[in-house]
Every structure is written in structure tokens, then in C-alpha cells.
Design a protein around this ligand. Structure first.
Ligand code: AQP
Length: 327
């Protein structure tokens, strides 16, 4: 039997090249080697306020982006988290075995919480819901970007704690990070990771940005005080541009050095722009074709949820059995 893979994205803004290079592209690469479930995690998105109409539209947009990136819905289940109630059900059961201190230590909770006037309990519980998503399907591998590594560590801690309290129940999942592009930084501020919710102009390149917008964003990217590329002393902004190029082009470290050492930043930005525009072009074309048939999208999502629900319900049944809950 193939190892199961689970991963997801929040429909909380415009997917950017960080989401693509850190996660989505790897999903496409491994989709035929494993039994894959790719989720649109709308219950996670509402840990921060979302406009209801926009959220509903974003869910379908993300599904279309999965397909445009090359996820094959025949090989993989593409589904929406809230369409399978077992996600929320298992999250509650796991909440009851998770010490609050574990959650308060999460860096994403601290960073996102600091920007809110009032922090919802949902934001604190976010990683428990993520653990439920993964453990529900007994996933062995979770391909994510580096910012999610701490949440994955917590998922393992929760699984192990549950297993030791109630007996072996959950597969303890492994994290899979890409070799290049695991943490793409903001183009305006390379000390912060590129983020959907950051909002500032010049921060991110969204997957659906026009070539003109991409050019304007990259041309304004923060560099450093060197006149040209020097791999030994390059600042975070220059390294970020080089990473973006390397991740899209698939070039080796040696090729990168040979190509870019001594290149002036204007030319570096031009080459990065050309690479990003050329890589996103076919992707955007596929996106337009897919969204031309909304019936097809709904079919894919309905079929995906139907395919995974029995696995999820079996796990909830087992957990209820182990915990002594009414069945
Ligand atoms: N900057 C990044 N570089 C590489 N990978 C990234 N990911 C996110 N940002 C980067 C990976 O993308 C997947 C989906 O992320 P998410 O939707 O769960 O939300 P997130 O991790 O919180 O990402 P964002 O873009 O910062 O969204 P918001 O602002 O809405 O919270 C994950 O695998 C993530 O690691």
C-alpha cells in the first residue's frame, strides 16, 4: 500500500510564489508516488476574519490553482476541509490531549496574534486542527514550506501523546521540505517570509499577477549595498532573488555561481523577472481554461470529499473507541 500524503493551503488571500515553491510544486512532483490528499483548509482561514463572499470565491480559486499547477484529480483527492466534518470532530478530541503551553509557544500564533486587537481561541487552536487534518488520514508524509515545520513537530507530539495515553492509534507523520524554496522571503522586506496576508504592495508575487505587475514588484525588491552579486557577502534580499531564480530554473549551486557572480542588480532583477514570468505563463493559461468550467471544479471537490470521508470517519470511529466515547 502507498504511503499517504496530506497537505493543504488556506483560502485566505492570493497564493504567491512562496506557496508554490514551498509546497504546491512539490505536491505535483510526488503525486504519483503516494496516495495524496490535497485540501483547501477553509476552517483554518476563519481563525482570522474573512469576508464570507470572498472566502467562498477563494475556495474555488485555490482548487483551480491546484489543478492549474498540475495536480491530477484522478490520482489525488482534492477536497475542502469543511466538507468533511470529521476534521472538526477529531480536532476537539485532540484539543483535550494538548497542553495549552505547547500552543502558546508556536511562533506563528505569536506573530499573527500580535497583529490582532483581539485574538480568537481558534488562532491558538490552529495547530491542533492542523494535527487533526493530518492524523485523520494517517498520513506518513506532509510536504510543506519551512514555516510549517514547527506545527508538524507539534503534530508529532500530539500523535505520540495520544498513542501513549490510549494505545497506538495514529501514524506519526514526517515533514518533507523542498531543497530550494522552502522559505521564500518578502521582496519588500527579506527578513519576513513572503505571506498572503502581508498585504503591502511590493511584498509578494501572486501566482495570478500579470507580467507587468511581476516586473514592477521584482524591480522594487530590496537588495543590499553591494554593487553586484557576491555570493560570499550577499544580503538576504539578493539571496532571496537568487533562490527564486534557482527554484524556478532548477539550476545547480555551481551553475548559479557561474551565471550570477558579478552581475549588477538591475540585470539580476531582469533575469529573475523573465524566469518568473515564463514559468507562470503556462500556469495562468491553464487556470483560465479551468475556471471557464465552474461545474467541473465543483465535481472535482465533491468527488474528492466523497473519496476521503470514509477514511476520516474510520479514524474518528477508532479514536472514539479508544477514548471511551459513545458510538
Ligand atoms: N514564504 C513561503 N515560502 C515557502 N513556503 C511557504 N508557504 C507559505 N509561505 C511560504 C507554504 O505554503 C503552504 C500553504 O500555506 P498556508 O496557506 O497554510 O498559510 P501560511 O503557511 O500561513 O502561508 P502564508 O502565505 O503566510 O498565508 P497567510 O498569510 O494567510 O497565513 C504551506 O505549506 C506553507 O508552509
Amino acid at each position: 500500500m502507498k504511503t499517504r500524503v496530506f497537505s493543504g493551503m488556506q483560502p485566505s488571500g492570493n497564493l504567491h510564489i512562496g506557496n508554490y515553491l514551498g509546497a504546491l510544486r512539490n505536491w505535483v512532483r510526488i503525486q504519483h508516488d503516494y496516495e495524496c490528499i490535497f485540501c483547501i483548509v477553509d476552517l483554518h482561514a476563519i481563525t482570522l476574519y474573512q469576508d464570507p463572499a470572498e472566502l467562498r470565491a477563494k475556495i474555488e480559486e485555490i482548487a483551480a490553482l491546484y489543478l492549474a499547477a498540475g495536480i491530477d484529480p484522478k490520482a489525488c483527492a482534492i477536497m475542502v476541509q469543511s466538507a468533511v466534518p470529521a476534521h472538526a470532530e477529531l480536532a476537539w478530541m485532540l484539543t483535550c490531549v494538548t497542553p495549552v503551553g505547547w500552543l502558546e509557544r508556536m511562533t506563528q500564533y505569536k506573530a499573527k496574534g500580535a497583529k490582532q486587537e483581539s485574538v480568537s481561541d481558534g488562532l491558538l487552536q490552529y495547530p491542533v486542527l492542523m494535527a487533526a487534518d493530518i492524523l485523520l488520514y494517517q498520513a506518513g508524509i506532509v510536504p510543506v514550506g519551512e514555516d510549517q515545520a514547527q506545527h508538524l513537530e507539534l503534530t508529532r507530539d500530539i500523535a505520540q501523546r495520544f498513542n501513549s495515553l490510549y494505545g497506538d492509534t495514529f501514524v506519526v507523520p514526517g515533514t518533507s521540505l523542498p531543497a530550494v524554496g522552502a522559505r521564500v522571503m518578502g521582496l519588500d522586506d527579506p527578513t519576513q517570509k513572503m505571506s498572503k496576508s502581508a498585504g503591502a504592495a511590493g511584498h509578494a508575487v501572486a501566482l495570478l499577477d500579470s507580467p507587468d505587475k511581476i516586473r514592477k514588484t521584482i524591480i522594487r525588491a530590496t537588495t543590499d549595498s553591494n554593487p553586484a552579486v557576491d555570493f560570499e557577502t550577499a544580503g538576504a534580499g539578493v539571496l532571496n532573488l537568487l533562490t527564486i531564480y534557482q527554484a524556478f530554473a532548477g539550476t545547480s549551486d555551481e551553475e548559479m555561481k557561474a551565471r550570477f557572480t558579478g552581475m549588477r542588480y538591475g540585470e539580476l532583477k531582469k533575469q529573475v523577472t523573465d524566469m518568473v514570468v515564463a514559468s507562470l505563463g503556462p500556469f495562468q493559461q491553464r487556470y483560465r481554461e479551468i475556471t471557464g468550467d465552474p461545474g467541473y471544479l465543483r465535481e472535482v471537490l465533491t468527488e474528492g470529499a466523497g473519496r476521503v470521508a470514509p477514511i476520516a470517519n474510520d479514524t474518528v470511529g477508532l479514536v472514539k473507541e479508544r477514548m471511551g466515547l459513545f458510538r
